[in-house]
Design a protein around this ligand. Sequence first.
Ligand SMILES: Cc1ncc(COP(=O)(O)O)c(C=O)c1O
Length: 398
Amino acid sequence: MHTPRLGQRDLFPALEVDVYLNHAAISPPSVAVRAEVLACLDGYSRQGVAWFSRASERRQRLRAALAGLMGVDAAHVALVPNTSAGVVDIALCLPWQPGDRILLFRGEFPTNITPWQVAAARHGLELVWMDADDFRLDRDRALKELARHLAAGIRLVAVSVVQFSTGQRMPMAAFGALCEKYGAELFVDAIQCLGGAPLDVAGLGIHYLSAGGHKWLMGPEGTGVLYVAPQCAAALRPEVAAWLSHESPFEFLFKGPGHLVYDRSIVAGARLVEGGAFNVLGVAGLEASVGLISQLGVEHIYAHVQAWHDAIEPELAARGFVSGRMADPDGRSGILSTQPPGTAGAAAWARALADHGVSCASPDGWLRMAPHWPNAIAETTRVVAAIDSILAAGGPPA
Ligand SMILES: Cc1ncc(COP(=O)(O)O)c(C=O)c1O
């Protein structure tokens, strides 16, 4: 049993980076994740198919653990290979009518745009656009605009809970309430939130959620979760159904002849997308990382990460970095993004910081720092020293 401690990275002994601030990109596996992945591989190495029942039980446990993080029932949760797969599945399975309107947000990660564009081209849907950043710059005005669009008739709103570039947490309670008022459905990409910040999915009125496992959930790539609200399950069309989407899909393998039939009913809701053999190694790793997160408690992790941001944000401001973090705590997340001073740009700053042992990112022109539970607050001093040294050298090399 591994015991995680906030601000301690003793479960990451192999990590070669001095200060790892890229949990919004890919989290490195902890020793707990590595151990479970290797144990699963060993199990299959020793027993082959006999290990499958353990992998299957683990899958059920993981669905329940992820449901717990979201405050929903595990019956409405499926495991998917990544965020994109969950978006594509819902975009394919929704019973669209020609002319249905989807509200999208400029500035979103493309995962939550492309599948809706494809659905629009296929079914003759209309895409309506707002700017995600308007909700950071003038939230009240943007919410009024959102209400105007919804009042004009929107079938589905597709938005990320946390914007990948600025780190803005979108006003999900207002989104949920407005969608309910105007009869729209709410789809969220939660990969930049789940595991790093609390998310009351049922309470917020979210209808569909997709989130990959390799960022704030700290599992391996190739894992993820899809939630479908119970009231939406029956309407989904089984456009992505395959052999494991059926009720009792294994009977023809174990019950003798006569069970190989092709008209078994297909499960309704999220589980219909679990159509075939799954990523057992990834699921083993994700169960381990979610276990550590649950031991610590997402509320505590979030408070710790905010303390990290609080420690560095004024230091950055004093050096000319303009923070994108909202003054309103409701608009914050695990991501602290800034616009660096001078003309070098965020990408050059990220490269220069990497040379000083600090791993961060530069999505869409923002310098993004994304610490998680293993990051010590004291690391902020190290990051500031790296920045001072880059500034003393005249800024990052071009
Ligand atoms: C908001 C957001 N959605 C989706 C993804 C990735 O999607 P997927 O899990 O399909 O690779 C990222 C980052 O990689 C992201 O920041």
